[in-house]
Design a protein around this ligand. Structure first.
Ligand code: NAP
Length: 525
């Protein structure tokens, strides 16, 4: 266990033990880097898969794809595994790869400050401080739950909690429950609690598109085969990946093609919901894919049950124990469950990161998040984000994107070693050039212009307060892997102690070139 007020210097500090943080730890060890810590605010590993324990919690990406390529699991029980299995998988990764020795649990990062003279990060945590040559921030976009500012909520006398902070001590049986939101979390919660609650009032601000979920048990024979003949497992993963890669073009270039998918989703709804008035409420008025497509076989049937009331309007106000929707509908309830998502476009950790000029990453991102290749921000040397800006996906496995960024991390450290004269920790840092970050983002936003997320006619959490899509990657995972394969030194300033920016590299930067000139050949067309 870490000492209460430890101070330690490490080569790399990783933050978080979700897929991003644990993956970083594995890749660091494989690259021969053992001088690192992983700081985790909770008491165990798992990140969002540790925190989210709500009834029905599962992943809607098939498990054989939603897992590390370097840690295959022949034993996934279902196509779409539940949260307990995913969390157990991450615990096994921590054990099998010898990661626990590096992890400092119950250690919350409070502040990270770049110390220019020393060329290192000072990291203040709830349990002492660290200095680190490099920080890999893997806090993820789904770590801090968001509860909307609802007038009168404080006057509510019943139980209130967020889907990501489920209170298992509170018995919902026989209660009048309000569910707020109809996103990926809520549509899993609704069918799971509907049979046991007295009444369920669902506040729907925007109806989601919901497709059937092709879930089934993975048979014992399949699992045996996957264990004995690993190529069958690899083939399965490859097929799952390929299908999703082929879908990307419809999302990014040809949203009109998605009309056929809308027909399938409508038919799926009609099979379960017979009442035309309810169907009208449940039919979205935007292109499918604009918001995340949800997968469920039991959401619509649950809504058709007599103890469920669908309010076709957002929650506006709370008066005592009465909930009031924007359209004036009222419902008296005993408990409110918020399925209202997370702080995604306003990454909370950014407020705790102070860069070279003393301003925070949140200040630097006040007009919207942006990073070079989704990984590094200008003015924040040797600081890298896993699942950074524009690295999210609309239809495939985030683990693929995480692994691409981990490759970039390993190459970043290799570059530091080379620049440091072959010595590990050779006191040198890389700072993404402002022009390179700008050019990269111009390129990304240019590609974004015709995607379904921008033109599909919806407002989603993919978009920030300025309506800019700073979360999704507008291409295939193969393209992203290609552009994060290696660190291009011409996109960085090299910093050395006391010497400022490395003159040797001046003039070779991407500065001044148009985005197209830089990224042609990287699938930019
Ligand atoms: P979310 O997708 O952000 O959904 C939030 C929901 O709350 C939306 O339906 C939103 O409505 C609604 N909302 C916000 N304020 C409201 C109000 N005042 N009244 C009524 N409704 C209100 O959050 P989430 O469902 O937690 O999912 C977040 C992300 O987690 C997902 O997109 C996904 O990436 C991930 N997730 C994944 C899985 C999985 O199976 N892999 C499962 C769960 C979550 P509007 O649509 O009108 O904004």
């Amino acid at each position: 266990m870490a000492a209460e007020h430890e101070h330690k210097h490490v080569r790399v500090a990783v933050i978080g033990t979700g897929f991003g943080g644990l993956g970083a730890a594995v890749r660091l060890r494989r690259a021969g880097v053992t001088d690192f810590v992983v700081l985790e605010r909770r008491e165990d590993v798992g990140g969002t898969w540790h925190d989210n324990t709500y009834p029905g919690c599962a992943c809607d990406v098939p498990s054989h794809l939603y897992s590390f390529s370097f840690a295959p699991n022949p034993d996934w029980p279902r196509n779409f595994s539940g949260q307990p299995h995913i969390r157990a998988y991450l615990e096994n990764v921590a054990d099998n790869f010898g990661l626990r020795q590096h992890i400092r649990f119950n250690t919350e990062v409070q502040q990270m400050t770049w110390e220019s003279d020393e060329l290192h990060w000072r990291i203040d945590t709830s349990r002492g401080s660290y200095t680190a040559e490099m920080v890999v921030s893997a806090t993820g976009p789904l770590s801090d739950p968001k509860i909307p500012d609802i007038p009168g909520l404080e006057s509510f006398e019943g139980k209130v909690f967020h889907s990501a902070q489920w209170d298992h001590g509170y018995d919902l049986r026989g209660k009048r429950v309000a569910m707020i939101g109809t996103g990926a979390s809520a549509i899993q919660v609704v069918p799971a609690i509907q049979p046991e609650v007295r009444s369920l009032t669902l506040f729907q601000r925007t109806p989601p598109w919901v497709m059937p979920r092709m879930d089934r048990k993975i048979t014992g024979a399949e699992r045996w085969l996957h264990a004995k003949v690993p190529s069958t497992r690899a083939l399965r993963r490859q097929a799952l990946w390929m299908i999703r890669e082929l879908q990307v073009g419809a999302f990014t270039k040809h949203p009109k093609q998605l009309g056929l998918v809308e027909k399938l989703a409508s038919a799926h709804m009609k099979r379960a919901v017979k009442d035309p008035a309810t169907r009208r409420k449940l039919t979205p008025d935007y292109r499918i894919g604009c918001k995340r497509i949800l997968l469920s076989n039991n959401y619509y049937p649950a809504l058709a049950e007599p103890n469920v009331d669908l309010v076709d309007s957002g929650l506006k106000e709370v008066r005592g124990n009465t909930l009031v929707a924007s359209d004036g509908t009222e419902a008296e309830v005993d408990a409110i469950v918020f399925g209202t998502g997370f702080h995604v476009t306003d990454m909370p950790i950014a407020e705790r990161v102070k860069g070279a000029d003393g301003s925070t990453l949140a200040e630097s991102w006040k007009d919207g998040m942006e990073a070079l290749r989704g990984c590094t921000a200008s003015g924040f040397p040797n600081f890298m984000t896993i699942i950074g800006p524009n690295t999210g996906l609309g239809n495939s496995s985030m683990i693929l994107m995480i692994e691409a960024q981990l490759q970039y991390m390993v190459d970043y450290l290799r570059q530091l070693d080379t620049l440091g004269g072959g010595r590990t920790g050779g006191r040198v840092a890389l700072d993404a050039r402002r022009e390179s970050v700008r050019a990269w983002n111009a390129h990304v936003q240019d590609r974004m212009a015709r995607t379904v997320w921008n033109v599909g006619g919806c407002d989603s959490w993919y978009l920030d307060d300025n309506g800019r899509n700073t979360t999704v990657w507008p291409g295939t995972t193969a393209e992203f892997r290609k552009v994060t394969q290696e660190v291009r030194l011409e996109e960085y300033d090299v910093l050395r102690p006391g010497a400022g920016k490395d003159a040797a590299l001046a003039g070779t930067a991407a500065a001044g070139k148009g985005a197209d000139a830089i990224y042609t050949g990287e699938g930019a067309k």
